[in-house]
Design a protein around this ligand. Structure first.
Ligand SMILES: [Zn+2]
Length: 706
């Protein structure tokens, strides 16, 4: 990726932010992934010598908060503040080390928001317009954003009032959602005419195109907005008919209850929080104005569902109000649990509190979440995979190497042998430092973690190859050299791993007898000699046992089952359809492999493959299943017999055209029942459009795919 920016570290101060959590519910692994990823990125920048601050805050406003507070019959301010305080306590427990954590309802943000909106108004970027606003006649109330649901006018999926959360991820303007229904009463909503304020985003198309060309981060954060700009930018309605929020400047007092849309004041909290940090440490130490109004490096880590807010609306607002623009935006993929979408309503989630209560160290989760997939990729969590990663990489590779090399050094030399590091090992460490540098500049925390683990892997091989335990008596100098090298590698692994596993790295630091905090170390310190003497080391990682994993997996399954017993079962049919990454399908840019599901790293044996009984078939008939939006019932001839199969292709194919089509069927799929129809096999298809797999020669029906 070519950009116009200098590599990190630069001479300018940087700020790293992470999307604000809505102050309306418990934190779970889906949240943590972003905050941990951004925290690791910020720490990694510091190890490069970059001056940075990591700031964030709770999002107190908006309808997600108002709706939930209303349901519980409490004041939204109290409701949001309660959650805010919980978040403030929870993040540090995962070593998410914000330099400042504010909230959008505090004075700094309120003042700054009104100042920026006034400035946009003065510059002529805000105008008034009459629009249709959803209204619930029974509740006698306007229905902004999440007070209304309906159908997305762009893709036809079910959508919230302000975003197409299940479909194309677009931001939706008031009045856009079709077939509006009130979420207060469940009744159909009316549209009524109201005067609202609009921000002229359309004026910024050229600016935004250029901005995106220079933007670093993940490719999805560039590609999606390019498409939106091409489709034509719409101006944004920036006011809402609500009490809860920041008043439109100068508008209060006319009884009209116009507050600013939450997406105006939420990102401004990035600036407000930086300002608070700056005011606390002094502008000599860190100057928020240099960052936000001068030449600072601004990096946002966000969820991919809020790309539009951060790549269109936000930079336009910054430009219009005379602020600096972001250098990088990294949009993270989602978390799935045991291969299925994380769902808080179904209790299919790993909660932050739960993880800690189970007694696991936060660094284990940090390592899992940052190294299992790239930032942009979806990451699946299962207790099995967690165990495998921890036992394999942290216990087996890193912990094992740390312990054996330090213990050997302690027993034979009471610390670091008194000699210099060999050229081979020095070079290897320099190589790892170079890898980290490159990966930080590529926004790849996974790459940073891998560089550290691979260095430990090298250390294990080095010790194995040189067998110092055989040398101590006969070749004492050679033995001392090998152990000296290993102690240096151990220290280097600690320095490299610190952004991802800060506590464990600090423990190692102390075992080596180093002073101060490893968090203050720079990458080059990985090559500095450790202290001559240190005490007997202890093991820093413990294995996760199988029965522990079984117990946790069972617990999770039981509570998901309990939650779905309470809820409607009718939506189970589409529970596994995912892959909502619109960039890949809309642009049909097959070269953008970053937008594809990641390749699985685990290889399977040929025997595993042979367990799949895949056959050539022919579709004999196809009809829709009543009551199921996506499902069709197919009769498929596979030579020996005709199978009835249910497939999620109703909306993607013309069912009348399908009979006679050759297809590929997984014949030994466990039978299932969907909407009362038995499915006895699975049709194979590719991608979101369910492109049916077939054969191109004359393979006859029933032939096995091998
Ligand atoms: Zn949509």
């Amino acid at each position: 990726m070519s950009t116009h920016n200098d590599d990190f570290p630069t001479d300018n101060p940087a700020v790293v932010t992470c999307g604000l959590p809505y102050a309306n519910g418990d934190l779970h692994i889906g949240h943590l992934r972003g905050y941990i990823g951004a925290d690791a990125f910020n720490r990694a920048l510091q190890t490069l010598g970059q001056e940075t601050a990591y700031v964030c805050g709770s999002d107190m406003h908006g309808t997600p908060v108002a709706v939930n507070a209303e349901q519980q019959g409490v004041d939204p301010a109290d409701f949001a503040l309660d959650w805010h305080e919980q978040y403030e306590e929870t993040f540090p427990k995962f070593n998410v080390d914000f330099d400042n954590y504010g909230h959008t309802h505090d004075e700094t943000n309120t003042e700054l928001t009104q100042e920026i909106v006034r400035k946009l108004d003065d510059e002529g970027y805000i105008y008034e317009k009459e629009i249709q606003v959803a209204y619930d006649p029974d509740a006698d109330q306007y229905l902004p954003d999440r007070y209304v649901e309906g159908t997305c006018p762009y893709c036809g999926e079910k959508a919230r009032g302000d975003e197409c959360d299940e479909g194309c991820q677009r931001h939706l303007e008031p009045g856009e959602v079709e077939d509006p229904t009130s979420t207060i009463t469940g009744n159909p909503a009316e549209y009524r005419e109201r005067t609202h304020k609009f921000f002229e985003v359309s004026e910024f198309a050229d600016f935004l195109t250029e901005f995106l060309d220079g933007l670093e981060g993940t490719s999805n954060a560039r590609n999606q907005p390019r498409q939106w700009i091409e489709d034509g930018l719409q101006d944004w309605c920036i006011t809402r008919d609500m009490d809860w929020g920041i008043d439109y400047p100068g508008e209060d007092g006319d009884g009209d209850d116009l507050v600013l849309y939450v997406w105006v004041d939420a990102p401004i909290e990035y600036i407000a929080s930086t300002k608070q940090y700056s005011e606390r440490v002094g502008t000599d130490e860190y100057d928020w104005e240099q960052v936000w109004k001068g030449d600072g490096e601004i990096m946002h880590v966000i969820g991919r569902d809020i790309i539009q807010h951060h790549t269109i609306f936000w930079p336009a607002m910054l430009e219009g109000a005379g602020y600096n623009k972001p250098r990088g935006i990294a949009a993270t993929g989602f978390i799935t649990i045991n291969g299925k979408g994380l769902s808080t309503s179904r209790n299919r989630a790993i909660w932050a509190k739960e993880y800690l209560d189970e007694g696991f160290h936060p660094d284990l989760l940090r390592y899992y979440l940052t190294t299992t997939g790239g930032l942009q990729q979806d990451v699946d969590f299962s207790w099995d995979a967690f165990q495998e990663k921890v036992n394999g990489e942290l216990v087996g590779t890193v912990g094992n190497f740390w312990y054996r090399s330090l213990l050997f050094a302690y027993r034979n030399y009471e610390g670091t042998p008194d000699t210099d590091v060999s050229a081979e090992v020095e070079e290897r460490i320099e190589g790892a430092i170079g890898d980290v540098r490159e990966n930080v500049n590529d926004y790849s925390m996974r790459g940073v973690g891998q560089a550290a683990t691979q260095l430990a892997q090298f250390g294990n091989e080095y010790i194995q190859r040189n067998e110092p335990w055989k040398l101590t008596d006969e070749e004492p100098e050679e033995a001392a050299q090998v152990i000296r090298d290993c102690v240096q590698i151990a220290k280097a692994v600690g320095v490299l791993l610190e952004p991802i596993a800060p506590d464990k790295a600090q423990d190692l630091w102390e075992q080596l007898g180093e002073d101060g905090a490893i968090a203050d170390a720079h990458l080059e310190d990985a090559l500095e000699a450790p202290p001559r003497n240190f005490d007997e080391p202890g093991e820093l990682f413990g294995k996760i046992e199988d029965d522990r994993v079984d117990e946790l997996t069972e617990k999770l399954e039981e509570r998901v089952a309990a939650a779905s017993d309470d809820g409607e079962e009718s939506d189970d049919g589409d529970a596994e359809t995912e892959s909502d990454d619109t960039a890949a399908s809309e642009s049909e840019n097959m070269a953008e492999t970053d937008d594809l599901e990641p390749l699985l790293e685990d290889r399977i044996g040929f025997e595993d493959f042979q367990e799949l009984d895949i056959r050539v078939g022919r579709i004999e008939s196809a009809e829709g299943i009543e009551g199921a939006d996506d499902l069709a019932k197919l009769e498929v001839d596979i030579g020996f017999e005709t199978r009835q199969v249910v497939a999620g292709i109703k909306q993607l194919h013309d069912l009348d055209e399908l009979p006679g089509t050759k297809c590929v069927l997984l014949a030994n799929m466990e039978p299932a029942e969907l909407f009362g129809v038995e499915s006895n096999g699975m049709i194979l298809a590719a991608g979101e459009e369910a492109d049916l797999l077939t054969t191109h020669g004359d393979a006859s029906l029933g032939e096995k795919i091998k």
